[in-house]
Design a protein around this ligand. Structure first.
Ligand SMILES: Cc1cc2nc3c(=O)[nH]c(=O)nc-3n(C[C@H](O)[C@H](O)[C@H](O)COP(=O)(O)OP(=O)(O)OC[C@H]3O[C@@H](n4cnc5c(N)ncnc54)[C@H](O)[C@@H]3O)c2cc1C
Length: 392
């Protein structure tokens, strides 16, 4: 296993502004990097832009399920997790109010987001995509044949043109100059995400097990990464964070009440947050753009599927993107909304159901009790989460 190498920008603002790109992808997370790689593989000229510098951390449980691994395999990236030293996941340990149950897992790995995202970007570059980091991209105007996208970095802003833009900016991203373009529906009761990565943690946290602490104010997942660090990612009630005086104290309460060990270094941890988790856009396309990944919609992280959805939509959108280069999205846009619904609609519904059930402390305690007696009861759910997406 080697350390995470920084994916270097392969172009600059001036050069990016001189070309009319076939495809410009906003956001280099799993959805954007996958879309950029697939489009470049099929011969399109592609510019992949992200506002931050990589490698970067991201609030995430860092668990790739069987469905996500299946997409990596299908697209020729099956070796990537192993090359990064990603540990295989063999157990899910659910803890609530001092009781716990351990469910066996047959698929999945844990891999840090700094490493995974950097490797996916490098894979896109290898296929011919151009990459520009530390640059914010905002769709300024849509003309008959292309979109104009403002690129802002520390240097003077400039404008690039692309026949089709793929918006893959994640939760809460701003990708449009007009605020209407970024409007989403958000549930008032939606939880927010928070996370950190600890360099040191108690030995009780074994490699290959996902530890999940559940509480009425939210839940926190803990997992060892490829380099032994401990990732902590949580979905929390915003009001409870305020009541407890911050994310750190609330997660301490979650772990303590669940009976999971408290990492001593947590007191100094720097916590990162997210926008509200449960959100979706009304429209997943415009005249010359498509929306994919979390930017299109997200539910909650308990079932650990967001990266699978991101990779799946990043791959699936590409044939429609290429079909739209000349004529725009009049026909392909509605087709994309149907395809996205068919691809992940039922998975999102299951995730919503599980997330709602977690709001009932009684149901969670009952589930822990039942699973502690009979862990095999979780098998159908685990199987359906790992189910591969249909290949195209
Ligand atoms: C607490 C928590 C735990 C989770 N645990 C898991 C898990 O264990 N397994 C799992 O599969 N999923 C998990 N997820 C979900 C997963 O993190 C997301 O679903 C996934 O990252 C979505 O990928 P994406 O590419 O759509 O967006 P992101 O990964 O968010 O990437 C978006 C990128 O776009 C960039 N960007 C945004 N706006 C702009 C702009 N205007 N210009 C340029 N760049 C821009 C951002 O900098 C970012 O790099 C979890 C999420 C949370 C909140």
């Amino acid at each position: 296993m080697t350390a995470t190498e920084r994916p270097l920008a392969t172009t600059n603002l001036d050069a990016a502004a001189r070309i009319v790109w076939d495809v410009l992808v906003i956001g280099a997370g799993p959805a954007g990097a996958m879309a950029a790689r697939e489009a470049a593989r099929r011969g399109a000229s592609v510019l992949l832009v992200d506002r931050v510098r990589f490698p970067r951390t991201k609030v995430c449980g860092c668990c790739l399920n069987g469905a996500a691994l299946g997409i990596l395999r299908d697209t020729g990236l099956g070796e990537l997790p192993q090359q990064c030293g990603a540990p295989a996941l063999s157990a899910f340990h659910l803890a609530c109010r001092g009781r716990s149950a351990t469910v066996p897992l047959t698929e999945g790995v844990s891999l840090s987001r700094d490493r995974l995202d950097a490797e996916l970007i490098k894979a896109a570059i290898m296929e011919g995509a151009s990459f520009l980091d530390q640059t914010q991209a905002i769709i300024n105007a849509t003309e008959a044949t292309h979109c104009r996208v403002e690129l802002k970095s520390e240097a003077d802003p400039t404008s690039a043109s692309a026949k089709i833009v793929v918006v893959a900016g994640g939760l809460g991203c701003r990708a449009f100059a007009d605020t209407e373009g970024d409007e989403r529906q958000m549930a008032d009761s939606s939880r927010v995400g928070a996370g950190t990565v600890l360099a040191e943690a108690p030995d009780e946290y074994a490699t290959g097990t996902i530890y999940m602490a559940c509480h009425r104010d939210g839940y926190a997942g803990l997992v060892r990464l490829e380099d032994g660090r401990l990732d902590i990612a949580a979905a929390l009630d915003a009001a409870a964070i305020k009541r407890r005086g911050g994310v750190g104290p609330l997660i301490e309460e979650l772990l303590r009440s669940s009976g999971l060990p408290l990492p001593a270094t947590m007191a100094e941890a720097k916590w990162h947050g997210t926008a509200r988790l449960t959100q979706r856009r009304q429209r997943l396309f415009g005249d010359r753009h498509f929306v994919i990944g979390d930017a299109a919609g997200y539910v909650e992280p308990f079932t650990g599927e967001g990266m699978a959805w991101a990779l799946a939509t990043g791959r699936a959108v590409v044939p429609l993107v290429l079909e739209s280069l000349d004529a725009g999205t009049r026909l392909t846009g509605p087709a994309w909304e149907r395809a996205q619904h068919n691809l992940i609609g039922s998975r999102m519904r299951l995730c919503r159901l599980v997330s709602q059930s977690l709001r009932s402390p009684l149901l969670v305690q009952l589930a822990v009790q039942l699973l502690s007696w009979m862990p095999s009861l979780a098998r159908p759910v685990v199987r359906s989460l790992n189910n591969p997406f249909a290949t195209q």
